[in-house]
Design a protein around this ligand. Structure first.
Ligand code: FES
Length: 111
């Protein structure tokens, strides 16, 4: 079984590519493990804090898909920075379909 690659641009504008990512790990965990600025994951992946908010690269939006109702409601609370391509990183599980995924960490919310 191979591993996956993700490219993340942090809140400071620094872009890094991470390799060797295991299938099934969340995007939030990838960010936390690698110290990506702006990915806090305060609630531990429970879809309850939005400190893992990312913007999905437009080329990947279709594959990643849209947030479900609960995730959308959480994102809606940070509406000042919510965009069409907003997702919570903890709700995106890495899979071979998403190998090469590119995201940008959203600025900290002000709620
Ligand atoms: S880690 Fe809290 S919503 Fe994703």
């Amino acid at each position: 079984m191979g591993t996956l690659t993700v490219t993340m641009t942090d809140v400071d504008g620094e872009t890094r590519t991470f390799e060797g990512i295991e299938e099934g790990i969340s995007l939030m965990e990838v960010g936390r493990q690698n110290g990506v600025a702006g990915i806090m994951g305060d609630c531990g992946g429970g879809c309850a804090c939005a400190t893992c908010h990312v913007y999905v690269d437009e080329n990947w939006q279709e594959k990643v898909g849209a947030p479900d109702d609960i995730e959308f409601a959480m994102l809606d609370m940070v509406a000042d920075v919510m965009k069409d391509n907003s997702r919570l990183g903890c709700q995106i599980r890495m899979s071979f379909e998403l190998d090469g995924l590119q995201v940008t960490v959203a600025p900290a919310s002000s709620y």
